[in-house]
Every structure is written in C-alpha cells, then in structure tokens.
Design a protein around this ligand. Structure first.
Ligand SMILES: [Zn+2]
Length: 201
C-alpha cells in the first residue's frame, strides 16, 4: 500500500462520511466533547476508536509503548490535564493488551538498548510484583499465562501511577468522586476487552 493509496482512502472516507451525515465535519469543527481519556499502547493492532465502535470526537487518546504512565512524563501529564481540566472528562481508561511486545521486552533477561530499555524499565516493576506474588503462592507460571499476568499487573501499576500524579490528587481532593480510573486489557485474539481494575480505583 503506497502513501498515495492511503490519501485516496482518506478522500473516499471523507466523501462517504459527508454523504451519510452532511453536518458531520462542520459539527466536529465547532469543538469536542470526548467521552473518556484512553491511555493505551502504540501497538497498531489496538486502535482505540475502532475496538470501542467509536469515531472522531468520541475519545481523547494518548498512546505510548506498553501504555506506561511515568511520573516525569510531561507529555502524558499535559494530556491528562487537558482531558480532565479543560474537557471535563471524568473517566480515564488505561488499556493494556495481551501479546504486548513492550511487556515481553520488559520481562526479558536483558532490556533493549537505548530509549526503549529506559522506558520499559518502568514496566519492569509489574514483572517484579508478579514474581513476588507467584513466590508467595509457591507457584511457577511460564509462557503466555505469565505474560498475561504481567500485562494485567502493568495496567494496575500504571493506574496507581496515575492516581499519584499531583494533578489527579488535587482534583480528587477538591471534588471527591469526580474522576474514575479504569484498568482494561484488550485481547488481540478475540477483539474483546476485559476489566482488570474497576472504575472506583
Ligand atoms: Zn503493546
């Protein structure tokens, strides 16, 4: 597929959208009121709008490798601020996914070189939490089951990071129950979302 093919598709998409709903683009041009903030993985197989049956204007989206919320990430902090303060969004979803290459790399003996290794080191805490839990349970889990446990734990860990951000703590102190943080995991092999942390976290 060439870039010209993609631009052709864009024109066809815009024409089809306008044919179905002549006011669609002029309505969106007036502003946005997205339903939730989506913090997901950059993986091409997890397109937030598509898997939730949404379209333009429905979701405010931030994606990075392995859906990580880092304390010192001014990028995600500004996204969270704009979503919650300016757009008044009350629901934030951190959505991981099974088969996540970032989580696999974070669990490997050696982290990748360069920025990727530095970044994925943050998700390494999820691996350590899983390892400690398995040691307590006296169990040994490997392969896909182990990977899935770390994916789920990483989502819980990033929700914890989110809840510790000064911006979130201040808003919750000023307006209790004003923000709900949800942990989801998307299964690429079924197309379905599983809840791993309910919205009252
Ligand atoms: Zn991923």
């Amino acid at each position: 597929m060439t870039l010209d093919d993609l631009l052709d598709r864009n024109r066809q998409w815009a024409d089809a959208r306008r044919a179905r709903d002549p006011e669609f683009f002029s309505r969106l041009a007036r502003g946005q009121r997205p339903r939730l903030l989506w913090i997901g993985c950059s993986d091409s197989r997890v397109p937030a709008e598509e898997i939730l049956g949404c379209g333009p204007g429905d979701l405010f989206v931030h994606r990075n490798v392995a859906n990580i919320v880092a304390y010192n990430d001014i990028n995600i902090a500004s996204v969270v601020q704009y979503a919650t303060v300016n757009l008044g969004i009350a629901d934030i979803v951190v959505c991981g996914h099974y088969g996540c290459g970032g989580i696999r790399a974070a669990c490997a003996e050696t982290l990748p070189d360069g920025y990727l290794g530095d970044w994925l080191n943050i998700a390494g805490w999820a691996k350590r939490t899983v390892d400690q839990a398995l040691a307590r349970e006296g169990r040994s889990v490997a392969g896909e089951e182990y990977h899935q446990r770390v994916v789920e734990e990483n989502v819980r860990l990033q929700i914890e990071h989110l809840s510790h951000l000064g911006l979130i703590r201040r808003q919750r102190a000023e307006r209790p129950d004003s923000l709900r943080l949800h942990g989801w995991v998307y299964d690429i092999s079924t197309g379905l979302v599983k809840i791993v942390a309910p919205g009252d976290t």
